[in-house]
Design a protein around this ligand. Structure first.
Ligand SMILES: [Fe+2]
Length: 355
């Protein structure tokens, strides 16, 4: 019988940057023409935001923030090593990276090759500066688990979930940053990551994936929004039912599986609540409180409108995990909860230990 360790974390892109470049995205957002000038004026910023910036333009906050993130990833890495999985199902989104105009599947399970190389800093020949000081041709070798991917996909289809799958990327040489960053962070000390990985894509961005290019393009566009929005993401209830089915399939398999959702919570640049500059802390706290008491109905009943207004698009990754944990009657441990005004999104680190 299969066994599951549930984990939730983040793939926050700016954490890959050198510390002195970590607020570049914050300033990029503030430069967007579609942001109300009142949100650009420091005189209107909440005192918590000014305190986080401090009198050194955020430098002390950056150092503290990074250390806190690494401490959480080291702890999660230890949990994964101790669990010794056959493979890890890594649930993440695609931000107009591998899936574009030619196809936007609601989900996709990747059955990668046994050896699969990532070159996160190659950037089309323009080496990307990074916090590890690694060169553009630096390579992270990860391992796929095609048999595991086949069995999960087959089990889901037999259970009535018409699950798409792929054996190689479509538009990328590697994987989307949701997957790549999570693996980089779980190996922040660069010991290598020996556990095979089965990426599990969720179309979190829905009607925003093309308009925002999976990030902030909508804040820079001058043309009006299309008359009809693009089709939506799968709903929270649907994601949770897929997660529940996934848990049952894994339980019926011979595998030990880490089921890890990777995403920050409210993304400021996806939420009008804080003028596209400040995350929706109120919505995040509501979801966190519900998670702490394992109130799965509160998660399941969230509407897509609520998800989109709060910038909770990427929380749909966590909805798949939540559906699995609800199915297994697991209780969460909130290992850390990190709110911010200048790092774009609140971060949750959670674990759901084996009963
Ligand atoms: Fe993301």
């Amino acid at each position: 019988m299969g066994e599951i360790l549930g984990l939730g974390a983040t793939h926050y892109p700016s954490l890959t940057a050198p510390p002195e470049r970590m607020l570049a995205f914050f300033h990029h957002i503030l430069s967007a023409p579609n942001i109300d000038p009142k949100y650009k004026d420091r005189a209107n910023w909440p005192r918590e935001m000014l305190a986080e910036l401090g009198n050194d333009e955020g430098r002390a906050s950056i150092d503290r923030y990074r250390e806190r993130m690494w401490a959480n990833f080291r702890k999660q890495r230890q949990m994964i090593d101790d669990f010794a999985p056959d493979f890890m199902v890594l649930i993440g989104d695609d931000q107009y990276e591998n899936f574009r105009e030619d196809i936007i599947p609601p989900y996709c399970i990747y059955g990668l090759d046994d050896d699969f190389d990532l070159q996160p800093w190659s950037n089309g020949g323009q080496p990307k500066a990074n916090g590890w000081g690694e060169p553009g041709d630096w390579t992270m070798r990860i391992h796929g688990h095609r048999d595991g991917a086949k069995e999960l996909t087959t089990g889901l289809i037999r259970a009535g979930v018409p699950m798409p799958y792929a054996y190689k990327p479509l538009h990328l040489a590697g994987l989307g940053h949701a997957f790549t960053n999570t693996l980089l962070f779980l190996d922040c000390d660069r010991r290598g990551f020996p556990h095979p990985v089965v990426p599990f894509h969720v179309n979190c961005y829905g009607s925003m994936v093309m308009r925002s290019h999976g990030a902030v393009a909508h804040l820079f566009k001058t043309e009006p929004e299309p008359r009809l929005p693009d089709p939506p993401a799968p709903t929270p209830a649907l994601c949770m039912s897929v997660g529940a089915a996934l848990a049952r399939v894994i339980q019926a398999s011979p595998y030990r599986v880490v089921l890890m959702a990777s995403s920050s919570w409210s993304h400021c640049f996806l939420s009008p609540v804080g003028g596209w500059v400040i995350p929706d802390h109120v919505a995040d706290r509501e979801m966190l409180a519900a998670l702490r008491r394992a109130d799965w109905d509160a998660w399941r009943n969230r509407s897509l409108e609520q998800i989109e207004r709060a910038g909770h698009h990427e929380l749909l990754n966590w909805m798949v995990l939540a559906g699995a944990m609800a199915e297994l009657d697991r209780k969460p441990t909130i290992d850390d909860w990190v709110e911010t005004y200048i790092f774009q999104s609140d971060k949750c680190f959670a674990s759901f230990a084996v009963n």
